[in-house]
Design a protein around this ligand. Structure first.
Ligand SMILES: [Ca+2]
Ligand SMILES: [Ca+2]
Ligand SMILES: [Ca+2]
Length: 478
């Protein structure tokens, strides 16, 4: 009940919105953040904040209890058409912040998009560098997709739209209308089904992508005037577009259904309702929703709850929540402790802003006031990072990770501002180093070993008071 009391207090400031009854649970909606501009993708960070990317390319960290919005970056050169192009997908590296990277997809001209890897500075709280992993992606005024997800296999999954060029969805050499599977530098995963980045194909305009606890991958996609779809994605699968729309159920589709090994959706809706962000839910915080897909809808303005069967291969039933109460919904986020957040999409420049309410666009939390949520205690990124580093070993000086692949962090036992360091190989030869290097975070030395081969090295660190130490450093190129 503490949560209820806190919400009632918070409600005085930012407002409880409305409720909705389930079988045993009366859910409340609670405004978390307001006056955003089409928040397209919400991501949960290891700092227990909501990381939000708006269609404009603005990226913010949002405190889930206080609603404070801290801008950390504006992607330069995001192109927004009258319609739907702009910034569409964001994710954090799964080892964030030890690997302090964000991945973003956006259009930068009317017909081109990019996938960029952004570097977040722990000490500055800002994005400080950017690298383009995939350039010259096809793009258009709409049908750009997209979403990014980390797979349980450690690879990046990225769904893309057909860019209004339907046939590219069937072209295995084109990156549009696909689910792509890549490593964290944008290279094809080594065991992909076609020897390139393509994992599945025949998709129209997918804007929802989520993994279940048991490792099933689900994708939502917009249909034309008929057949919005939710698909369960398998490696190498052809999902039909543009030859088949929804299920094989019209005479026009018969020959394609016979000749293509196309996989039907697990759910489809006609007339279209415009499905978008989707998240698998399986938490006791809302018992009626265990083992469901939560799916946002734009045109039909609701959250759909899709109840899956035990093996996750079929939708058994569905229900609509908050229809036309919040306007268009773009994304849904489930936090590790079972909190659920929705993003509205009412301030769009393609003519939907008549829907906008005073607080739009908003992030709204779905709350079960009867559930005692584990306390989330938002901490700084640096605290999280130092805890991760410290958890690696009990030694006084901590070097992380071991073995190192690209970047090395050394947490020194004292908060000095400056160090000199040298790395020697197993033959005693000096292979790299720096003199009087300033440390942006006192006591934390970071450097790259990406150019070193696999092997055992010795790292010598000395500080201004003359103290020096030697630490073994293992580098692995695998
Ligand atoms: Ca998201
Ligand atoms: Ca399909
Ligand atoms: Ca059909």
């Amino acid at each position: 009940m503490m949560r209820m009391v806190k919400l009632m207090l918070a409600g005085v400031c930012i407002g409880l919105v409305t409720g909705a009854p389930l079988a045993q649970t009366d859910l409340l909606l609670h405004n978390v953040a307001k006056e955003l501009t089409v928040p397209w993708d919400l991501v949960w960070g290891p700092d227990n904040h909501i990381w939000c990317m708006e269609k404009t390319g603005r990226i913010t960290r949002i405190h889930p209890d206080e609603g404070t919005v801290q801008e950390i970056h504006q992607i330069p050169g995001v192109y927004q058409s009258f319609d739907n192009s702009g910034a569409h997908a964001m994710m954090l590296h799964p080892d964030f912040p030890a690997q302090p990277y964000l991945y973003v997809n956006y259009t930068y001209s009317e017909f081109r998009g990019r996938l960029d890897k952004l570097t977040y500075s722990l000490s500055e709280g800002l994005v400080v560098a950017s690298e383009t992993l995939l350039d010259q992606l096809p793009g258009n005024s709409s049908h750009n997709g997209s979403r990014l997800q980390e797979g349980p296999d450690g690879y990046m999954y990225f769904c893309t739209g057909d860019m209004y060029m339907a046939m590219i969805a069937q072209d295995l050499d084109n990156l549009g209308g696909k689910v792509l599977r890549m490593d964290w530098d944008g290279n094809p995963a080594p065991d992909n089904p076609f020897g390139n980045r393509v994992y599945s194909y025949g998709h129209r305009n997918p804007q929802g992508l989520t993994f279940s606890d048991s490792g099933h991958l689900y994708l939502s996609e917009h249909g034309p005037a008929n057949d919005d779809e939710v698909n369960r994605i398998v490696a190498g699968g052809n999902y039909g577009w543009p030859h088949v729309e929804g299920f094989c159920d019209t005479p026009e589709e018969a020959s394609a259904c016979d000749s293509l090994a196309q996989i039907p959706p697990i759910a489809a809706w006609t007339p279209t309702e415009a499905p978008c962000g989707m998240s698998y839910f399986n938490h006791p915080s809302i018992p009626e929703w265990e083992n469901t897909l939560l799916l946002c809808f734009l045109k039909q303005q609701h959250l759909k709850v899709l109840h899956l069967d035990d093996v996750g291969e079929a939708v058994e039933s569905e229900e609509k929540m908050w229809q036309q109460e919040l306007g268009r919904l773009r994304d849904v986020l489930v936090a590790p402790n079972g909190r659920v957040f929705l993003a509205t999409s009412n301030r769009e420049i393609n003519g939907w802003d008549f829907l906008a309410q005073d607080l739009d666009d908003r992030i709204v939390e779905v709350v079960n006031p009867q559930f005692d949520y584990d306390e989330l205690n938002p901490r700084s990124i640096r605290e999280v990072f130092l805890e991760q580093v410290a958890a690696q070993t009990t030694a006084v000086d901590v070097l992380f990770p071991q073995p190192a692949h690209t970047d090395v962090s050394v947490l020194l036992d004292r908060e000095v501002d400056e160090v000199s360091f040298t790395v020697f190989d197993a033959h005693g030869r000096e292979v790299m180093g720096a003199d009087d290097m300033a440390l942006p975070v006192p006591g934390l030395l970071n450097f790259s070993v990406a150019h070193l081969g696999s092997g055992v090295y010795i790292l010598c660190v000395s500080t201004e008071n003359g103290r020096s130490e030697a630490l073994p450093l293992l580098v692995s190129r695998r």
